[in-house]
Design a protein around this ligand. Structure first.
Ligand code: FAD
Length: 429
């Protein structure tokens, strides 16, 4: 599929709404396959309205994009594909990719035909990601990768991964990293699932043994991938804060097996899995009010007070997310709003967990069909531990807010100007 270019772009809200409605009336139908619907969304630019017109978007700002999403929702349309490829890969390609990379890699992200994952964390490099040691060495038109990544979500159903690796150890750690998009299915990458507390194996570890990645898939310049990595992390935090907008959507990628279902069937399956104890919604005051009514706690003044507090915080978080999107749409580099949005999301997740468990009482210790809401509350509580770790630990986000918003002194960084090999050696001694 080629990029879409020949399109009139309106910046008038009423005109945008009218145009989306007319387009939906002609194009949305829940009997379309997910593949066909996502292809139509990509070609029309309504799936990702903030992307450039020539690359599957409409070049709209965040407010206009919110109007488009609201129209899709009001029409009951399946949301556009929403995964690491769409939220992190595409923005990075749009910002740092060459025309050739955009042409080769963006189409299947825009149509949801590919799912991507994120090979970032390593056993010794999580919060301090710049200490990563998985290395790539140039071999003609390719790079050869050796090392280990860990905690990588969705790798088993992914086609490609965004991946920073060390390409130079003789310079300080931030200056010797290069950023690649690598194919996951290859003999040099072994993926092993990690079983979690909630019974799922959502993430994996990946072992690289002479894995290969083409030089054409280097994003940005050799040794200058830290800037691309930082942009990806900021996009990840914004995506994390905005993920509620995309609830109920199908999973992208051939391996997730949803592309050839009708949209109606895909939605039914997603709903069924949500109701089978996978998730109680986070930061949703209405869901908590319903739960309180169900368990006879709706008149308890402490519960009422906590639900009202949660509602106010959720609203503040929503507005912070809109600010972050508006800044991004105005062409500003991702700023501290994404950290604030992330921290708000973490706090809302914990408040939802504590409140829901207090509402259901001792039943919250059960799991499965006997538990409240068929286990949805317990599952949410067990899964809530991920918030504050996934997407970068909460303390690091607080450091960013402390330094960039409150103007507190920067964290001391003693290894900033020392060649990475010397840092590694002094750690080993
Ligand atoms: C559900 C889930 C999904 C994930 N998905 C992915 C994925 O798809 N891809 C991927 O690459 N990674 C993924 N991760 C990994 C995640 O990015 C890391 O776990 C995270 O960056 C923290 O790194 P760490 O686990 O090594 O902890 P560490 O960095 O070792 O931190 C341990 C503790 O020390 C604190 N700490 C460390 N440094 C500082 C500091 N400077 N100031 C204050 N406190 C500090 C931390 O806050 C934390 O409490 C995922 C994690 C989870 C939970």
């Amino acid at each position: 599929m080629t990029a879409v270019v020949d399109r009139q772009v309106s910046d008038d809200s009423d005109a945008i709404v009218a145009e989306v409605r007319a387009w939906l009336a002609e194009n949305w139908n829940d009997q379309l396959t997910v593949r066909e619907w996502w292809r139509r969304l990509a070609e029309s630019g309504w799936g990702y309205p903030t992307w450039p017109v020539e690359w599957y978007g409409r070049g709209l700002d965040a407010d206009a994009a919110a109007l488009v999403r609201a129209e899709l929702k009001a029409a009951g349309a399946l949301p556009p594909p929403h995964g690491i490829g769409q939220t992190m890969g595409a923005p990075v390609l749009l910002a740092f990719g060459t025309e050739d990379q955009k042409r080769r890699l963006l189409p299947k992200v825009a149509t949801g035909e590919e799912a991507w994952c994120q090979f970032f964390s390593e056993p010794d490099a999580g919060s301090d990601l710049a200490s990563l040691t998985t290395r790539a060495v140039r071999d003609g038109d390719e790079w050869v990768v050796n090392g280990q990544k860990i905690w990588n979500s969705g790798t088993l159903t992914s086609d490609r991964a965004v991946m920073p690796v060390r390409t130079n150890s003789d310079v300080p750690k931030h200056r010797g990293i290069s950023f690649f998009i690598i194919e996951v299915d290859q003999p040099g990458i072994e993926v092993r699932p990690i079983k979690q507390l909630n019974g799922e194996a959502h993430f994996n570890e990946a072992f690289f043994n002479d894995a290969r990645v083409s030089h054409d898939d280097l994003i940005g310049e050799v040794d200058n991938g830290w800037i691309v990595t930082l942009a990806t992390l900021a996009n990840e935090r914004s995506a994390y804060a905005a993920s509620a907008d995309y609830g109920g959507g199908a999973s992208p990628g051939e391996k997730n097996g949803m592309l050839d279902l009708t949209c109606a069937e895909a939605r039914r399956r997603v709903r069924a899995s949500a109701q089978s104890g996978e998730a109680f919604p986070l930061g949703d005051s209405r869901a908590l009010i319903e739960l309180a009514r169900e368990y006879g706690k709706a008149d308890d003044p402490h519960i009422r007070d906590r639900v009202a507090t949660l509602h106010c915080r959720a609203e503040a978080a929503r507005l912070t997310t809109l600010r972050a999107k508006a800044a991004a749409a105005a062409g500003q580099a991702p700023g501290p709003e994404s950290s604030l949005g992330y921290i708000s999301g973490v706090l809302l997740a914990r408040q939802t967990r504590d409140l829901a468990l207090d509402i259901v009482g001792a039943g919250g210790m059960l799991s499965g069909d006997d538990a409240p809401r068929d286990g949805a509350v317990t599952a949410m509580a067990l899964t809530s531990l991920v918030h504050g770790i996934q997407g970068g630990s909460e303390q690091i986000q607080r450091n960013i807010v402390g330094e960039r918003v409150l103007g507190l002194p920067k964290e001391p960084q003693v290894d900033r100007d020392i060649p990475f090999t010397d840092v590694r050696q002094s750690r080993r001694q």
